[in-house]
Ligand binder design. Structure first.
Ligand SMILES: Cc1ncc(COP(=O)(O)O)c(C=O)c1O
Length: 395
């Protein structure tokens, strides 16, 4: 008797993905992933790498030569940014207003940095006055902030003001753009951001695996003049320069299929136009927001820092968020998520990203969420929600 396991052919459920990521993938991206492999040093792949870099520069709104996909998920591009820029003994200023500031802190510590904080409650952005005070007190070498905090649905406004403060103190700025790139206005060069990283599975609607990163010359100069090498061999940008720079020599085997996918996802961005894409997210997520509010629900973030790609909606009193999330998945194949950390049990996190940011998805979300809340005994007016959504979409 054979001891080989018998496993059925893969038939995952067909979900509608409106959680914090991944988002629904455009069929064109899936088709690109089923095209034949070439070698990672094949001349045709070198051409594909160049195209991906050019498309990434367009999407980040940057001329940075150093704009590449890092092999791995968003945490890999995040660790490439922090692990290369922060040298042992450097001080990094990180925010405390969400889950991902905490991850920045862990990575900076592992890089040998000393971490200091700028505080704001979960669910609120950083106040530039607090950032200035933290700079005056600690004189950090590197400042990290989260442009689109996926854990709280908060968009950090005033980015040029934050980067100006850092520049005045001769510090480098790292922006987490995982949930903003390709969906929410982000202008790396104009806003004075030195390093920005992202992930492909949010507003780019691409499977995870190759994650965008960009560094300006000033940041790259610091990286290339480090006294000791970055602690991760795999993510060492001075070594990756051999592959993504002029030489195109082997460092590690690139995830070829993920690079194909990213190329197609970025081609979709360029075809739509980056500013038009930001507008679409605002428009469609605006209809989602109008719909949930008209249903009788409350957004967690006020309009000034509402994040269109991730809508944090307050869980109504007496409702168990886990029951609602489970019901939506079981009955409607619809994925949304609950809150994390200080906001656990308090909010639903509803993504409106990339290919998921379509009227069809918003309509489905409003009607099914209404049903799930009704099943939990909450009073919601779904008809009013759908009507408000329709009005906003017609604007
Ligand atoms: C703001 C932010 N930063 C970093 C990450 C880490 O990305 P990944 O889970 O792809 O490693 C995420 C993932 O959700 C995120 O939302």
């Amino acid at each position: 008797m054979s001891d080989a396991p018998v496993v059925d052919e893969l038939t995952p459920p067909e979900r509608t993905l409106m959680g914090p990521g991944p988002s629904d993938v455009n069929p064109r991206v899936l088709r690109a992933m089923s095209t034949p492999l070439v070698g990672h040093l094949d001349p045709s792949f070198i051409e594909i790498m160049n195209e991906v870099q050019e498309l990434l520069r367009y999407t980040f709104r940057t001329d940075n030569q150093w704009t590449i996909p890092i092999s791995g998920t968003g945490s890999a591009s995040m660790e490439a940014a922090i692990g290369n820029l922060v040298e042992p003994g450097d001080t990094m200023l990180v925010p405390t207003n969400g889950y991902f500031g905490g991850r920045m802190e862990s990575m900076a510590e592992r890089a040998g940095g000393e971490v200091v904080h700028v505080d704001a409650p979960w669910g609120e952005p950083l106040d530039p006055a607090d950032v200035r005070a933290a700079f005056d007190e600690h004189q950090p070498d590197v400042f990290g902030f989260v442009h689109a905090e996926t854990s709280t649905g908060v968009r950090q406004p005033d980015v040029p003001e934050l980067t100006r403060i850092a520049r005045e103190h001769d510090a480098y700025v790292i922006a987490d753009a995982v949930t903003s790139l390709g969906g929410v206005e982000l202008r790396v060069d104009e806003w004075g951001i030195d390093v920005a990283y992202s992930g492909p599975q949010k507003c780019l609607s691409c499977p995870p695996g190759a994650s965008p990163l960009t560094l300006n010359d000033r940041a790259m100069e610091k990286v290339l003049n480090r006294e000791e090498p970055a602690r991760s061999w795999y993510l060492d940008l001075s070594l990756l320069e051999g592959y993504w720079g002029d030489d195109r020599s082997y460092h590690h085997t690139a995830p070829i299929t993920n690079v194909y996918a990213l190329r197609e996802a970025l081609r979709l961005v360029a075809e739509e136009g980056i500013e038009e894409r930001w507008d679409r997210h605002l428009h469609v997520a605006g209809a989602l927001k109008a719909g949930v509010e008209a249903m009788g629900l409350e957004m967690n973030a006020p309009d000034e820092y509402w994040l269109p790609s991730l809508n944090a909606v307050r869980v109504p009193d007496g409702v168990d968020d886990g029951e609602v999330i489970g019901y939506l998945l079981e009955e409607y194949d619809l994925e949304i998520a609950g809150g994390l950390g200080d906001l656990a049990g308090e909010i639903f996190r509803i993504g409106c990203m990339g290919h998921s940011a379509r009227p069809k998805n918003v309509n489905y979300l409003l009607s099914t969420l209404g049903d799930a809340l009704d099943a939990q005994g909450a009073t919601v007016d779904v008809d009013a929600g759908i009507a408000a959504m329709g009005e906003r979409l017609a604007d």
